[in-house]
Design a protein around this ligand. Structure first.
Ligand code: AMP
Length: 272
């Protein structure tokens, strides 16, 4: 497995690979601290493309000023081993200066969620332009991010196909996240309320409940029993516009975000 640090090397590699008839390139963008969720994307990329690249970049422009950029877990050696074990052909690990040569990372001081998605869209468009992959793989875990990136890929006419892979969970239901490493044992137990809320909404929807208000209330009821946890949002939205809906239809996104201590966790489901 090759490891490169510059955009020029990544582009040279991708063009060399794709010059051979029949070869395809899959890209898996990550912020590192790789776990089994990332591994599932890397395996999906390796299975559907002849070559796969994993990018590892803790992207400063998607963190708000009071967020965890400085302390976000970094584990480069272990990440490379995991990427290789799951079939990656190359790891692209640029410095901040390599991707933001003109100090755009000053946006760190900028603000909250619109800034986050602008940061994600910026870094992923840079990666897609550099790697020119046939497919890029993302987790449904970050469902709002998927919506933003699908729209971006359509608006900018990227030739890359956006592939969405299912959420990988621990045995007890907690969605895997690099940020789970921040949780104490007590918080880890409290955090299970997120996946319980998701399962409850899935159950109610399966029983025919379609009213957004009722589905959302079921989550509020579960969280009421966990006073230590603060809900950031709980919403039922159209997955392509992220606009709230009053009535769930097939494909509606139920998404919840909550602070467990100072750690912000998310979970979601797409209603059948
Ligand atoms: P991150 O390193 O957190 O930026 O995540 C990189 C990619 O891995 C994103 O497309 C995430 O949606 C995906 N990912 C993170 N956690 C999971 C998970 N538990 N299951 C599936 N995909 C995940």
């Amino acid at each position: 497995m090759e490891i490169v640090h510059t955009v020029a090397e990544l582009r040279r590699w991708s063009r060399m690979v794709r010059a051979q008839t029949g070869n395809t390139v899959g890209l898996v963008p990550t912020m590192g601290a790789l776990h089994a969720g990332h591994a599932s994307l890397i395996r999906a990329a390796s299975a559907s493309c002849s070559h796969s690249a994993v990018s590892i970049f803790v992207n400063p422009t998607q963190f708000g000023p009071n967020e965890d950029y400085a302390v976000y877990p970094r584990a480069f050696e272990a990440d490379c081993a995991l990427a290789e074990a799951n079939g990656a052909s190359m790891v692209f690990a640029p410095s901040v200066d390599e991707l933001y040569p003109e100090g755009l990372s000053g946006r760190l001081d900028g603000g909250s969620r619109p800034i986050h998605f602008r940061g994600v869209a910026t870094v992923v468009s840079k990666l897609l332009i550099a790697a020119e992959p046939d497919r890029a793989f993302f987790g449904q875990k970050d469902a709002a991010q998927v919506a933003v990136l699908r729209r971006m890929a359509a608006d900018l006419r990227f030739a890359t196909e956006i592939v969405v892979c299912p959420i990988v969970r621990d045995a007890d239901g907690l969605a895997l996240s690099s940020r789970n490493a921040y949780l104490s044992a007590a918080e880890r137990a409290q955090a299970l309320v997120l996946s319980r809320a998701v399962r409850k909404v899935e159950e109610l929807a399966a029983q025919g409940e379609r009213r957004a208000e009722a589905l959302i209330q079921s989550t509020r009821d579960l969280f009421a029993a966990e006073p230590e946890i603060r809900i950031d949002y709980v919403e039922l939205v159209d997955w392509s516009t992220l606009e709230p809906v009053a009535t769930a239809v097939p494909g509606t996104l139920f998404a919840v975000a909550a602070f467990v201590g100072s750690t912000r966790l998310i979970d979601n489901t797409i209603l059948p």
